[in-house]
Design a protein around this ligand. Structure first.
Ligand code: NDP
Length: 274
């Protein structure tokens, strides 16, 4: 007998480098939840329904990462308002009648913003969001939900039709452009910058862009070229590891029903990055 009665896991592909098991298991250890275990499974979007349904009743929740976040939303029997508005889910929680989907990436982004702005509210600010993919969606939702007045998105392809509602639903002004404009002028008009782009995409543009405090969703290697340039210009930066930790705290609480031991989880993550 393993003694494990409660299980959770992260689903996605590739999944071997995910730090979610480290974060959640550190939380279980800290709280003495010896009958809890958190694992990982390779899972594509197509595999998600079979994977979740086939893993047995001891599984109380799943963290979901790409490419399965849209499939998780589709699969769920119940969807939180924010996951519905964002259009993707990173969390599935077992309920008495099926599975509930949520998106705690918002908690992660809100946590990173709090740290970036030293707890000052972003209400009324102009935020520049770099990228328009899956991570830009919760970023736009969170910024608008926190009262940001204006959102400017720069992306390779024009996605204004799908992204603008995430901002305007909360009353924020929305504009979208690509990287061919006067980047320095746009960046200088922003109060903060959120980069949701994969590594390397900005190569060569950091000098023009790093003119405000930066939250970069990347964290390995850290610091990123954008945040190095921001520091050279006297601006604070926060990395994706802060987002990762905060989205995990929210999931931990939804899975276990217990307040996440944040300090222990953060220490475990920080140790793994050093
Ligand atoms: P997506 O594939 O959904 O979006 C990728 C974005 O990058 C799009 O805006 C895309 O533009 C743009 N892009 C990709 N390649 C190029 C290129 N060659 N030139 C210009 N633009 C390009 O990715 P995600 O949003 O899921 O992930 C983005 C990053 O965020 C990843 O590195 C991921 O690891 C990280 N991440 C970090 C998290 C954390 O907790 N710290 C959580 C989630 C993600 P277009 O729209 O035109 O295709």
């Amino acid at each position: 007998m393993s003694g494990i009665s409660h299980r959770a896991a992260v689903l996605g592909s590739p999944i071997e480098h995910s730090r979610s098991p480290l974060l959640h298991n550190a939380g279980y250890r800290e709280l003495g939840l010896d009958d809890w275990e958190y694992g990982r499974f390779e899972c594509t979007a197509e595999q998600l329904p079979e994977r979740v349904s086939g893993l047995g009743d001891s599984y109380v929740g799943f963290s979901v990462t790409m490419p399965a976040k849209f499939a998780a939303l589709e699969f769920a029997d119940e969807v939180s308002d924010r996951a519905h508005q964002i259009g993707s889910a990173n969390t599935l929680v077992r309920t008495s009648s099926g599975w509930r989907a949520d998106n705690t990436d918002c908690d992660g982004i809100a946590g990173a913003l709090r740290e970036l702005l030293a707890a000052k509210s972003p209400a009324g600010m102009h935020a520049l969001v770099l990228g328009g993919g899956g991570t830009a969606r919760p970023a736009l939702w969170t910024l608008a939900n926190e009262g940001v007045a204006k959102l400017t998105v720069l992306n390779r392809s024009d996605k204004r039709a799908e992204l603008a509602p995430l901002a305007t639903a909360h009353g924020a002004e929305f504009e979208m452009g690509d990287f061919s404009g006067d980047l320095e002028k746009i960046a200088l008009s922003a109060d903060l910058i959120v980069s949701t782009l994969p590594a390397g995409v900005l190569a060569g543009m950091e000098r023009q862009l790093a003119h405000a405090p930066v939250f970069d969703v990347l964290y390995e290697p850290w610091p990123t070229p954008l945040t190095v340039q921001a520091a050279a210009n006297g601006h604070r930066s926060v990395g994706g590891h802060v987002m990762l930790a905060h989205q995990a705290y929210g999931q931990f609480e939804q899975f276990t029903g217990i307040a996440a031991p944040r300090e222990a989880m953060w220490q475990a993550l920080e140790k793994s990055l050093s």
